[in-house]
Design a protein around this ligand. Structure first.
Ligand SMILES: [Zn+2]
Length: 418
């Protein structure tokens, strides 16, 4: 099938919002008409007011980096990747433990996974097949990292959950939020258009109102604020800040890597997500657990890197929700207690004034009013004066979850039961 439209060049004035929307010709007509009505800014020209929506609600706005800088060794070529992907498919079809999921139209599918590879040269505008969560032999985790230039905006810690996605042209993921800060690194000819929205209170409430439903973009797209649109090629690695609402369209099919991490500034956005109830997306406990794990990892980083004021605010903001969650996850509760108790034993904790307005000594006050337990007092005595919280705390190894599958989780549950 020849391309249904002519691709616009990526550089120069042709990269205006209208040109980007024109490049989406051939995608679902209902989506395109919503896009026409949306207020979107190109990533290069974000007005100050919109910029503020991003910096107030999360770490920063999305950023692009040269994808070259993410590779620690020469990555495999597209042909090599296709061959090792086919090997992975063959292994799974022989009932070896599988490591990927197949989606069609955003839902789990039992279609032959090789269809996705066939669609790289013969795309299907109404039934694109996407493979997520791929792990192939010639693409080990230690080959990929975050670019150094990312540190200009955020400092990434705890790299985890490296996965490979195979998305042919016409693949589209509806609006959703991932469970942390993330980097996407394309391979081969892959080209995509991204629409991203900051996790403001307004946007989180909107997304929360359509939880568990399909066609999220069509339902709420026109009402979202702070939207930016940009196009990526194989040259561009994308940083999406924590909480970023996003929807992605594949213009040129190919492979893309995703990598999650934590920053010391991420906790305020998690707190906003918890308060909006979004962390319980489709009743998925995995998403919720990942968010809470990264939340406390972010707080651990913040209190050991002079970011404690933000961490305390985030904790207080979402405390009711945090207490509810902790009641059902003892491992998490212990970890969270440890992070705070260690910090409360330090000299810098003694100098703090609680944002709730209390004038008492911060360590005693925080433990009495903003933590849940009395058992913390005991372990407090055993803590050294020089905590090294963020670095020593590793995220728990969790059941594997695929990025970008939030919108199909309800269905996933059903499939598992049947
Ligand atoms: Zn207080």
């Amino acid at each position: 099938m020849p391309p249904a439209f002519k691709l616009v060049p990526v550089d120069g004035p042709a990269n205006s919002v209208n040109d980007l929307l024109r490049a989406l010709e051939g995608f679902d007509q209902r989506i395109l008409s919503v896009l026409q009505d949306m207020k979107l800014n190109s990533l290069d020209h974000i007005p100050q007011k919109t910029q503020k929506l991003w910096t107030d609600s999360t770490t920063t706005c999305p950023h692009l980096f040269p994808s070259d800088e993410c590779w620690l060794r020469t990555p495999p070529t597209s042909s090599e990747l296709i061959l090792s992907t086919l090997d992975t498919f063959a292994a799974q079809s022989q009932n070896q433990p599988g490591n990927f999921n197949v989606y069609r139209r955003g839902e789990f599918s039992d279609v032959d996974p090789r269809t996705a590879i066939a669609q790289l040269s013969n795309p299907n505008s109404t039934a694109a097949v996407v493979i997520a969560g791929l792990r192939v032999e010639n693409l080990p985790d230690n080959i990929l990292t975050t670019p150094e230039a990312l540190s200009e905006f955020v400092e990434p810690y705890e790299h985890s959950n490296h996965q490979l996605l195979l998305t042919p042209k016409f693949a589209h993921t509806d609006i959703h939020i991932d469970s942390g800060d993330g980097l996407s690194v394309p391979m081969g000819r892959s080209e995509k258009i991204w629409l991203c929205f900051p996790p403001t209170h307004h946007n989180l409430e909107l997304l929360s109102s359509v939880e568990g439903r399909k066609a999220t973009l069509v339902r709420i797209g026109r009402s979202l604020e702070g939207g930016v649109i940009f196009r990526t090629t194989a040259e561009d690695a994308v940083y999406l800040p924590v909480g970023c609402l996003h929807t992605v369209f594949t213009l040129v099919g190919g492979f893309i890597n995703t990598l999650d991490f934590v920053t010391m500034e991420s906790s305020k956005t998690f707190a906003a997500m918890f308060s909006s109830g979004l962390s319980q997306l489709n009743g998925s406990s995995v998403f919720e657990t990942e968010c809470f794990d990264r939340f406390i990892a972010s707080i651990g980083l913040a209190v050991s890197h002079k970011g404690v004021a933000g961490a305390v605010l985030a904790w207080l903001d979402a405390f009711e929700r945090i207490r509810d969650y902790a009641a059902g996850d003892k491992v998490w509760r212990r970890e969270a207690t440890k992070v705070w108790v260690r910090f409360l034993a330090t000299d810098s904790a003694k100098k703090l004034v609680c944002p709730c307005g209390a004038r008492e000594s911060f360590p005693e006050h925080f433990r009495a009013e903003h933590l849940w337990e009395k058992e913390g007092r005991k372990s407090c005595e055993n803590v050294t004066r020089e905590p090294n919280i963020g670095f020593s705390m590793k995220l728990r190894v969790r059941r594997k979850r695929y990025r970008d599958d939030d919108e199909v989780k309800g269905l996933a549950k059903k499939m598992k039961k049947s």
